[in-house]
Design a protein around this ligand. Structure first.
Ligand code: PAF
Length: 278
């Protein structure tokens, strides 16, 4: 069932609230296998699966990026029905933001690095829309991909800060056969860029193999140099961070759990990926 009005969504879900587990997958559409794997995981763990498709303007700090973001509503709805989504919520901007959202969230140092640093305001916009969607859907479970590693940490922080009674389920990154992390933005790559893009994950994997034989700064530098030697790719950042605080580290013993996160331009397309190093 496709629902566009927030009021109808709330009414429809009211009948399930008492007895059923509601699982929620928020998306911005242009759905690929990565999104569908979230839907399948939601299906396995919940009685009713709600998927939203909403390209949230408040999380785009670049108007061109918002304008060019791929939109394929009909194909998305078909894919979601096949994957077993029960309710597909496709609100208009007015439904989500009847008034402009001026709320400023505070995530401390967590959103001052990586995506938060290079896309100022991005996570505030993500928090605005996710908070609103959570309030409408009131799921017990919400599913997010590990590809957006920093987003996942921010959503967990949001849920804790707002004391929301729901569990955030982290789902593994789904990759193309050549290793490229699935992303709606892959649709925007030229054939040449697409052919070179698998170097990103190949480099992350090789970096994982070097952890015991090199220092943190040297590995970071190696990753950046390897990507930048490619004619169509350019690193925006390669950070080795504490997987919980997301703060960059300089020594392997500074954190129990360590992630290498990367943002790479295949101009003007921006791709992100990450790998667990420890
Ligand atoms: O990851 C996304 O697609 C978006 O950031 C989200 C979580 C749907 C919020 O707009």
């Amino acid at each position: 069932m496709v629902i566009t009005s927030a009021t109808n969504l709330v009414q429809e879900l009211a009948s399930f609230r008492e007895r059923k587990t509601i699982g929620f997958v928020p998306t911005m559409g242009a759905l690929h296998e990565g999104h569908l794997s979230l839907v399948r995981q939601a299906k396995a763990g919940s009685d009713v699966v709600v998927v939203s498709i909403f390209v949230n303007p408040t999380q785009f700090n670049n108007p061109e990026d918002l304008k060019n973001y791929p939109r394929e509503p009909e194909a998305d709805i078909k894919k979601l029905k096949l994957a077993g989504a029960d309710i597909i919520f496709t609100p208009t901007e007015k439904e989500i933001y009847p008034e402009p959202d001026t709320r400023i969230f505070d995530f401390g140092a967590m959103d001052k690095v990586m995506e938060g640093f290079y896309r100022p305001g991005h996570f505030n916009g993500v928090a605005q829309v996710v908070k609103r969607l959570f309030r409408l859907v009131q799921p017990q479970l919400a599913f997010f991909g590990e590809k957006d590693f920093q987003q996942l940490a921010i959503i967990k922080a949001l849920t804790a800060q707002e004391q929301l009674p729901l569990h955030i389920v982290a789902c593994p990154t789904v990759r193309e056969p050549d290793g490229l992390a699935m992303s709606s933005r892959n649709l925007l790559l030229s054939a040449t860029q697409r052919a070179h893009a698998p170097l990103i994950y190949k480099t992350l994997q090789e970096a994982f193999g070097k952890v015991n034989s090199t220092t943190v700064p040297a590995l970071k530098k190696w990753v950046q140099t390897t990507i930048d030697a490619n004619p169509v790719l350019e690193t925006e950042y390669a950070e080795i961070v504490d997987a919980h605080s997301l703060q960059p580290i300089t020594e392997w013993n500074e954190a129990d759990s360590i992630q290498l996160c990367i943002a790479v331009y295949a101009h003007p397309i921006r791709l992100i990926d990450n790998i667990k190093l420890k």
